[in-house]
Design a protein around this ligand. Sequence first.
Ligand code: GDP
Ligand code: CA
Length: 318
Amino acid sequence: MRIVVLAGGIGGARFLRGLKRAAPDAEITVIGNTGDDIHLFGLKVCPDLDTVMYTLGGGIDEEQGWGRADETFRVKEELGAYGVGPEWFGLGDRDFATHIVRTQMLAAGYPLSAVTEALCARWKPGVTLLPMSDDRIETHVAVEVDGERKAVHFQEYWVRLRASVPAEAVVPVGAEQAEPAPGVLAAIAAADVILFPPSNPVVSIGTILAVPGIREAIAEAGVPVVGLSPIVGDAPVRGMADKVLAAVGVEATAAAVAAHYGSGLLDGWLVDTVDAGAVAEVEAAGIRCRAVPLMMTGPDATAAMAGEALALAAEVRG
Ligand code: GDP
Ligand code: CA
């Protein structure tokens, strides 16, 4: 079975670990979000690709959900001693090595997809990890700070401001001119099932879908497309997805997120058991819906979620 998964960072990565357990023989291709990418200290940082790579490769800080395990912050301290920031973005010493290798390869002319493949040769994530595009795309968020309207990089909004001011708009800058990375459209065309893990619908999956050609390819693939809600009990399980959903005019409910993707894209949608009351509404919108436990509390629970997603895919395939 060939499975394609569109993934952001933590939600996508943890789900993928469960999927590998639920479908050990599947060939899994991950299309990773690169809209969160940022240049820091002259280095190219790809937070979502790295979260997937470290999580599946066994290098992740489990508790935090991002960054390397057993991390130290000597380099950051030294940069701070020079007064060189930003100090709000946590880059550890071990993590720095990844960004140095990536930046060096990019400077030598390799596209991001080739660089990601090279980094994965070390981590062996057990999936094919593709960036959504080799072209530079950066998510910017329009905010009003002290009466002044301005656009800030997504990381500044998320990490420095902790989404504490309303997002007025979310723009994947550069997406319109971008092309899917090599292998992305072919993987979608060859897929038996396409999954949207419980990743952020706006700044993770929404950004991937904003790369021209990807949304169309998924809609036209003719295979089941099944998603899992990142919203449980009318709130994000983790993080501040409600803030960016508001920016696109979508309520923070499992049903509203399904409607946002729409029946033209989604065939099936899983909501948590606490949202069982939303099933009828989602089905009325033309999307097959089931209520199952959706909390990724551990490997077994997450594998069971992935199993439910594949079962729903089989059901809609008929
Ligand atoms: P990010 O790039 O690190 O923000 O990660 P993603 O975009 O992949 O995923 C973030 C989303 O994962 C958030 O909106 C959370 O609500 C969701 N999430 C995190 N843990 C869980 C969980 O255990 N269950 C569900 N259903 N969603 C989760
Ligand atoms: Ca992210």
